[in-house]
Design a protein around this ligand. Structure first.
Ligand code: GDP
Length: 201
């Protein structure tokens, strides 16, 4: 898929106020600093559609971007940032859980994880929770340029074996690097296929 247009639509913290025109949408979420803004900018060919983080934990809203006028890319707040206060953590949890529970037009989530790190409990728990809510998701490994090809393989295999302790199958996954434009086509093609399949339904 070629991304020909990408426009910011709205930011809000209330799922009821999200766009209601029923276009399919895909949500991107992960720990603060995982490289989510950079990935969104890579996917949309824009330098600063999603703001790359000066201060992690700052963008605490549901952000809708309209892509090619026919689907939404949703930038969700980063989780797991220690310096966010307890009360704002609670608010965050509430509207994000509401988003995943209520958003019928959500086709799939993408959970971003830094390929260099060992599987983190917060990410594994979040994936578990998505599974319990029956929300389809894929994993996007970010910052693959930071590892040599062999190490990429080893890290992915290690991640898979941890996942297989709780999952029957390894979720779909992508290996990406925003600084090297890697994995872009794979993610966009995946979204395009899902969009096309929905047209057939
Ligand atoms: P966010 O907080 O998840 O939105 O993360 P950002 O996109 O703001 O990125 C966090 C930091 O990681 C920034 O310093 C980025 O330059 C860096 N970063 C993001 N993606 C990549 C990548 O693919 N490769 C490398 N080497 N650095 C990256």
């Amino acid at each position: 898929m070629q991304v020909k247009s990408a426009e910011f639509v709205m930011s809000n913290s209330d799922v009821a106020k999200c766009p209601n025109n029923r276009l399919p949408e895909y949500a991107f979420i992960g720990r603060s600093n995982v490289g989510k803004s950079s990935l969104i900018n890579m996917l949309t060919n824009k330098k600063s559609l999603a703001k790359t983080s000066g201060r992690p934990g700052k963008t605490q809203l549901i952000n809708h971007f309209l892509i090619n006028k026919n689907w939404y890319l949703v930038d969700l707040p980063g989780y797991g940032y220690a310096k966010v206060s307890k009360s704002s953590k609670k608010t965050f949890q509430k509207f994000i859980t509401q988003y995943f529970k209520l958003r019928e037009q959500l086709v799939s989530a993408f959970v971003l994880v830094d390929i260099r790190h060992n599987p983190q409990p917060i990410d594994l728990e979040f994936m578990q929770w998505l599974g319990e809510q029956a929300v389809p998701f894929s994993i996007i490994f970010t910052k693959a340029d930071k590892l040599k090809p062999n190490a990429i393989n080893n890290h992915v295999e290690a991640y898979k074996s941890i996942l297989l302790e709780t999952w029957e199958e390894v979720p779909n996954y992508f290996i990406t690097s925003s600084s090297k434009d890697m994995g872009k086509e794979d993610v966009l093609e995946y979204i395009e296929n899902l969009n096309n399949n929905m047209d057939l339904e």
